[in-house]
Write a protein that binds this ligand. Structure first.
Ligand SMILES: Nc1ncnc2c1ncn2[C@@H]1O[C@H](COP(=O)(O)OP(=O)(O)OP(=O)(O)O)[C@@H](O)[C@H]1O
Ligand SMILES: [Mg+2]
Length: 569
């Protein structure tokens, strides 16, 4: 019973088993770890390593509760240098699955095998085996149907497994990792000496190349890692990974510090890609705070927070300096895709000299909800375009300012919505397909989401081991690099597991496409283009707000202008 309760905490899903077994292999000093999975881990999880192995006595002990070889006295608990220390993983797994462990230490001629089924153990018996340990977990949750019901779709469970392997692989570049699913090889990361090489293996060249390395050391704490320099447009924290003493953890202190370090470079709700490794003296951190060891507690959290935030800030500053000309900075912003964000390195520099440009000034003086009438936009008299992004117009009541970017986005969004409601978004075939490289986990998600991507106008075909070729995109998108948006769509679609609220979610995803389809900010428009834009606005509903809720038009009536100039009493 106690084992099953512990299993509830330790074994949430097949990926937790994979994580625990790999940790054991790493603790055993393995340099090669092979993970084989069948049916997303629900049928079989097999982890084979070439580590120090176990003799028959240790093998029998390993599956006993609270038996660990990793602590010798109570004091060790405060200097944990191994990934495991609770002596709980194997007995917990053994209580909710059929487990078989075969192991042979290097100096022994024979191996031993032990079986545990739903907590019932048989004594170890002698078998021929190679050096190292092989753990097989079959039919996880066979005796706890309630748990089984909580499992998500096979693709989702598999992507969790991929994530677990990838995280370990990032922290241990010197170890050769392999992962296969239903006989198909999905990841193979041969041992490398430099961490950046492992990043390339795991995240793919495309993302890894966009990351800049950083490091800083002082006192008890060493911080190093890789950052996306231009603010990345990831809608979730999938690529924000934090490791403490090579243990992957979800740590609020560290992730908050990372986001804090980015400061204004990130829009609310947006996350960067940041892989952060902390090396901290084992006396400064308590790892025994979470049964699945997902969290740690720092002795001095605020020191850690400040050090991490400062390291990130410095690294980004350094990066920004590297971008010598403004044109370059703009280009990188364009690359990040979503133009909603402030231009990364220009805005802070511009603001101090020109405080009157602060956008808050406008809404205060008068956004008029529902101020648009029949043909309102076409009736405007265009005076011109200012600052490369606003149209200045004379309206019947006074002055109207239009954000060209927000306007375009709204028009594109409404068109896409009509197309989607009529079946699918209109596509354009690409003359030259674009290859997109994905991590093993993303690949699983992408394959699951192909039909829905198709409805959005994206067609993709398998193209080599970790790649897909984009063969068609929504017709509304301008020519360019479509890999970023596809990646973003996959990440966003991964969030919706069930069909509840699907419609609303789909519309939100349209906003992403709309955003990519619009005229870049700071582009001069021809008079005819401005006219066409205004006419388009008259054709659609909800023209006063962009899909993200920013206003499209701000109108100043004569009254308001008079008040601003203190003409009225
Ligand atoms: N792959 C392996 N190679 C060699 N020894 C192993 C291996 N896996 C487990 N062991 C031995 O079995 C013991 C029990 O493993 P188990 O994972 O249950 O506990 P732990 O790793 O000590 O602590 P935790 O519960 O925190 O993981 C380990 O302490 C280790 O001595
Ligand atoms: Mg363990």
């Amino acid at each position: 019973m106690a084992n099953r309760i512990a299993a509830g905490e330790v074994v949430e899903r097949p990926a937790s088993v994979v994580k625990e077994l790999i940790e054991n292999s790493l603790d055993a000093g393995a340099t090669e770890i092979a993970v084989s999975i069948e049916k997303s881990g629900t049928m079989l999880i097999r982890v084979t390593d070439n580590g120090e192995g176990m003799g028959p006595e240790d093998l029998a002990l390993a599956v006993e509760r609270h038996a660990t070889s990793k602590l010798t006295n109570e004091g060790d608990l405060f200097h944990v240098v191994t990934l495991g220390f609770r002596g709980e993983a194997l007995p917990s797994i053994g209580s909710v699955a059929r487990m078989e462990i075969t192991s042979r230490p290097p100096l022994s001629d024979v191996g031993y095998r032990i079986r545990v089924e739903g907590g019932k153990k048989d004594p170890p018996f002698m078998v021929g085996s190679s050096v190292g340990t092989n753990v097989e977990i079959k039919e996880i949750f066979f005796n706890t149907p309630a748990r089984r019901k909580f499992l998500k779709s096979p693709a989702t469970e598999l992507s969790h497994i991929c994530d677990a392997v990838n995280r370990m692989a990032l922290a241990y570049p010197g170890v050769h990792f392999r992962l296969s699913h239903d006989g198909r090889n999905i990841a193979d990361y041969p041992s490398v000496s430099a961490r950046i090489d492992r990043l390339h293996q795991v995240l793919g060249r495309e993302i890894a190349r966009a990351l800049a390395s950083f490091s800083s050391a002082g006192g008890q704490l060493e911080i190093s890692g890789y950052l996306s320099s231009a603010p990345a447009s990831f809608p979730n924290s999938r690529y924000l990974m934090t490791f403490v003493n090579r243990r992957f953890v979800h740590d609020k202190v560290v992730s908050h510090a990372v986001l804090h370090g980015y400061e204004t470079l990130l829009m609310k709700g947006q996350y960067p890609a940041a892989i952060v490794f902390l090396e901290i003296s084992s006396t400064e951190v308590d790892v025994n705070v979470h049964p699945a060891k997902h969290e740690v507690r720092f002795r001095r959290p605020s020191d850690v927070h400040d050090a991490v935030a400062e390291a990130i800030r410095q690294a980004l500053k350094q990066e920004a300096k590297g971008l010598s000309s403004p044109a370059l900075a703009m280009e990188s912003a364009e690359f990040a895709g979503v133009m909603e964000k402030p231009l990364p390195y220009l805005t802070p520099a511009l603001q101090p000299d020109k405080p009157f440009l602060k956008p808050e000034v406008f809404p205060m003086t008068g956004v008029r909800e529902g101020s648009t009438r029949e043909g309102f936009f076409s009736s405007l008299d265009i005076l011109g375009q200012i600052l490369g992004c606003y149209l200045v117009c004379v309206s019947a009541r006074g002055l109207a300012l239009i954000d060209q970017h927000a306007a375009h986005e709204r028009v594109a969004f409404e068109r896409l919505r009509q197309q989607l409601n009529a079946g699918a978004v209109q596509k354009q075939n690409l003359l030259i397909p674009q290859a997109i490289e994905l991590t093993a986990g993303e690949l699983m998600l992408l394959e699951q989401k192909l039909p829905i991507l198709g409805r959005f106008g994206f067609l993709l075909e398998p193209f080599g081991p970790n790649s897909y070729a984009i063969t068609s995109v929504p017709a509304l998108l301008p020519e360019g690099d479509y890999r970023q948006i596809v990646r973003q769509m996959v990440a966003e679609l991964a969030e919706l597991e069930n069909s509840e609220k699907l419609r609303q979610h789909l519309e939100e995803r349209l906003a992403t496409i709309a955003c990519h389809s619009v005229i870049r900010a700071n582009r001069l428009l021809e008079m005819t283009e401005m006219r066409a834009l205004l006419q388009d606005l008259d054709q659609i509903e909800f023209a006063t707000q962009c899909p993200h809720g920013r206003p499209v038009v701000i109108e100043f009536s004569r009254d308001q202008l008079d008040r601003m100039f203190k003409r009225v009493v």
